[in-house]
Design a binder for this molecule. Structure first.
Ligand code: SAH
Length: 233
C-alpha cells in the first residue's frame, strides 16, 4: 500500500511540537534561519513566479509560504495532521492561498501525475523509511522538464558530530531525538536513487553553519547539510 512509507514515531514527534512551527525561537529556529538561503538556491535554477509548486513534507509551511510570497502557486503535503492544520491557519492569517493536504507523496503521485513544475522536498527524506519511494513519487509528480530540489543530511562522522551531538545537545538548535544518524543519506546515495527513477542531477551544493556569526551560508562543502537539484529530462 502506498501510504505505508511512513514512520509513525516520526510523525508523532512532529505532531507534538506542531504548535511551535512559527515560533522562530523554537526547535524550528534553524528552518526559519535557512529559509531565505534555500529559496535563493531554488531561484538560481528556476523563476518560480507563476509556477505550480509542490512542497513535500511541508510541515507548518515555512518554505511553502516563502514560495507563495514569491508568486508561485503552492500545494503543501505532509502526513502530520496537526502540522497541516497549523499551516492552513498561518496561511489564512497571512492572506496566502496555499493548498495544504494531508496525503502521502505516493498517493499524491497517483492522484496528480505530471502536475508540477517544481517540487521541493526539504529536510524530509531523513525521516522516512524508504526515501527512494519518495524520490520516485517526485519523478511521477513532475511535468516533463520539471525540477525537484532535495535537501537532507549527509552521513559521516562530521555530520554525526554536528547534527546529533552539537546541534541537538550542545546548541539546542533542534529538539533532541530529531535526527537518527542511520537515516542520514549520502549525496551519492541520493544521486543513485534519483538516477534509478529517471531524474537527472543538475547540481549539488552545501549549507554550512558558521558558529561565530551563528548563521548559515551556502557553500560547496556538502559534508553536513546539502541540496541536490534534479530535473526530469
Ligand atoms: N520541509 C519542511 C519541514 C521539514 S521537517 C521544512 O523544511 O521547512 C520534516 C517534515 O517531514 C515534518 O513536517 C514531518 O511531518 C514530515 N514527514 C515525515 N515523514 C513523512 C512522510 N512519510 N510523508 C510526508 N511527510 C513526512
Amino acid at each position: 500500500m502506498s501510504t505505508q512509507n511512513v514512520d509513525p514515531i516520526e510523525i508523532e514527534k512532529f505532531s507534538q511540537i506542531a504548535h511551535k512551527w512559527w515560533d522562530k525561537e523554537s526547535e524550528f529556529k534553524t528552518l526559519h534561519q535557512i529559509n531565505p538561503l534555500r529559496l535563493g538556491y531554488i531561484q538560481k535554477f528556476v523563476d518560480i513566479q507563476g509556477k505550480n509548486i509542490l512542497d513535500m513534507g511541508c510541515g507548518g509551511g515555512i518554505l511553502s509560504e516563502a514560495l507563495a510570497e514569491t508568486g508561485a502557486t503552492v500545494t503543501g503535503i505532509d502526513l502530520a495532521k496537526k502540522s497541516i492544520k497549523i499551516a492552513q491557519l498561518h496561511a489564512l492569517e497571512n492572506n496566502l492561498n496555499i493548498d495544504y493536504k494531508h496525503i502521502s507523496a505516493e498517493e499524491m503521485a497517483i492522484q496528480k501525475p505530471e502536475s508540477f513544475d517544481v517540487i521541493t522536498c526539504m529536510e524530509m527524506l531523513e525521516h522516512v523509511p524508504n526515501p527512494e519511494s519518495i524520490v520516485r513519487a517526485c519523478y511521477q509528480l513532475l511535468k516533463p522538464n520539471g525540477w525537484v530540489f532535495f535537501s537532507t543530511i549527509n552521513r559521516n562522522l562530521k555530520s554525526y558530530a554536528l547534527m546529533v551531538v552539537a546541534a541537538e545537545y550542545v546548541l539546542n538548535m533542534v529538539q533532541r531525538g530529531t535526527h537518527d544518524y542511520a537515516k542520514f543519506i549520502k549525496p551519492s546515495e541520493l544521486a543513485r536513487m534519483a538516477r534509478h527513477v529517471g531524474l537527472t542531477q543538475i547540481d549539488g551544493y552545501g549549507l554550512v553553519y558558521k558558529p561565530l556569526s551563528k548563521s548559515f551560508e551556502l557553500s560547496p562543502d556538502m559534508d553536513v547539510n546539502y541540496f541536490l537539484a534534479m530535473q526530469k529530462i
